[in-house]
Structure formats: structure tokens, C-alpha cells
Design a protein around this ligand. Sequence first.
Ligand code: CA
Length: 388
Amino acid sequence: MFLRFIFLVLLSSSVLASSHSFEDFLNNLHQLATEQGVSKATVDRAFYQLTPNLDILESDRSQAEFSQNFWNYLGKRVSQYRLDNGYDTLKQNRSLLNKTYQQYGVPAHVLVSFLGLESNYGNNTGSYSLVRSLATLAYDPRRSVFFTSELIALLKLIDDGKVPLEATGSWAGAMGAVQFMPSNVIAYGVDADNDGKIDLWNNQADILASAANFLEHLGWNRGEKWGREVTISEDFNYEFVGLKTKKQLDEWQTLGIRSANRSNLPESSMAASLILPMGYKGPAFLVYQNFRSILGWNHSTLYALAVGHLADRLSGGGSLLATPIDEPLLKRDDVMAIQQTLSLLGYDAGEADGIAGPKTRAAAKDFQKDIGMVADGYVGYELFQRLQ
Ligand code: CA
């Protein structure tokens, strides 16, 4: 209740202040956009006969019932179909991909992997009117401030002739093969063929340069991998798991980490973190700076691992060597129950929101240690059963 109050107070300083109807809201927004330099003619055209799209609010409010696990997520995203389309995309754009690599340092298979995960290589870019989607989400009080600024960014792009008024995208306002939000197009979009437009739908030069430019800004290191699959020794100390701990490859070797095929790690002082997306049962990955750049694009460990693995497969690498685990998926309610039970037992699992974030994993780790389970902090089926 209190948070909601604060939210409403914050909103009162934004365009929603006195607006009740969508029409009032658009009138206020019209003023705000023109104050920020968008021409009146463009706003008039964009808002002409505009109505909210209630389907979008429904999509925004419904959350997936099940939480994903690594194998389930990877199986859906790195399918044979996705691989085949990826090989074709690489082949069709070879010279452009080489040119983009020379300029930005992001290799072809990595760029193509992003396109694969974001839009199936530009084939699923979304069919919602971007103006209408963003206006609807900006009108909804829950994240009005964010979507209002994205809508104004879109209007600026339209006003500058970089994006067409009738452009379509995802229901959440992301556009093109790279699924950039409008503010990302302004910050990182590249008009690589110099035709005045940033065409993220059909122009491969603009698409690849924009993706590579974004990754370069996110700290992508030319010539480095994103990470590698590894194996851990049986007596491994799970205190070292997680992105917070960075060690050189030499140190990981001393701690018992080996390549996935059990050979020694390369001799290197490169810094890496160890992540176990499904706990001690595997798989395990050592990840480098470029993995963190992928997380800057989308802050989901499963997403970043899928981008990295798809990229490896597209450059000729094989399947993961770890054995897939067929573990029942937890419902979000189950994760909430885990969080509530851990907190009741005195382990602070944070807000019971059904998402196993760092705080929940830390609480799980302490609980596992105290009752003699392997303390890997993995919030999965085994932990769920023990807490029941
Ligand atoms: Ca262009």
C-alpha cells in the first residue's frame, strides 16, 4: 500500500497527473513530446485516432506459470531448426559479418546468435504497432514513467525519419531483428548504409552494426570467448560459485576445475567466474568478461548461456558434454513457497516473488549447509522437496 502511494506521488509529477481518459493522457503527452523537441506535425500524425490496446495490458500482466530450468530453456532456444536457420544466416551475410567484425570486434557467430534468440534471425520481429503499444503501456500507471520516455524516444526517431510511423514490434515496444527499445536505437542504433534510416527490420548492415555497436559499449573484448563448459571435482568448495567470485584460470585449475572433456584448462591469467545453472548436478561453466556483456543486453543467466552456446554451435562446436537432467519444473508458486519457508526458518530469502534471485540463492545455500545437503544454492526440485 505504502509503495503504491509513493508510486502515485511519483506519477503525479509526470504526464498522468490529472489524466483520467486516454484522450487527456495523449493531450498531456503531446505537450511533453513537443517540449522535448518532437515536431507538432509528427505527434499529431502519431496520435491521430489512437486507442489503447487492451490485449497488451493483458500480456503485460500475465506471468509464466512455471519457472524455467537450464535444460528446458536451452532445448527450446537452441533447437535444430534454430541451428539450421543460423547456418543459413551466416552464409548469406558472410562479407557483411566480416566487415562488422573488423570494425567492432564482435564475431559473426555471436551476432547471428543474438539475432536467433531475439527474433529467429529477423523472422519474428512482432506485429504490434509500436506507437500504440508504447502509448498503451505508458497510459497504464504501473510503469508509466519508463514507457512514456520510450514513447517519446520513438516519436523522436519517427520525427527524424529514422523509423517509420507505422513500424511494428513486440507488444512491449521492442523493434527489429535485435529487438531494441527506442532509447537503445537512439543510443546504439547505426545507420551503416548511410540512407538516413536505422532499418532494424530489413537492412542487414544496419542490424549487424547496431547489435555490434551495443555489445562494444557493453564491454565486449575482441578476440575473447564468452566462456566454456567445465567439470568440477567431487570435493569442490561451492563457496566459489557465482559471478561475485572472479579467479584466474590457473587458480580454477588448482581448485579442481577441468575442461568439459576433463583435460586441463588452458594456462592463462584470464579472469573467470564459475556458474552452475542447475546446481552441483551440472552443467558447469567458467564465464569471462564477454559473458557479462551479454548480461548487459539481457540480465538473465539462462539467456546469456543460450546466446553463448548457440554462438559456439554456429561456429562448429558440439553439444554440451554434461548429461541433461530431467527434473520437474517448479511453478512460480513453488518458488514462492520455498522463499516463504526459508524466511520462516530464519534464512532471509527476500521478497516471496517466485523468482529465485541472488538473495534466495544465498538463503538456500545457508539452509543446505545447515542440514547437510550440497550447498550449491540451487533453487530446484530437490530443495523444494526437502522444505516440504
Ligand atoms: Ca540505414
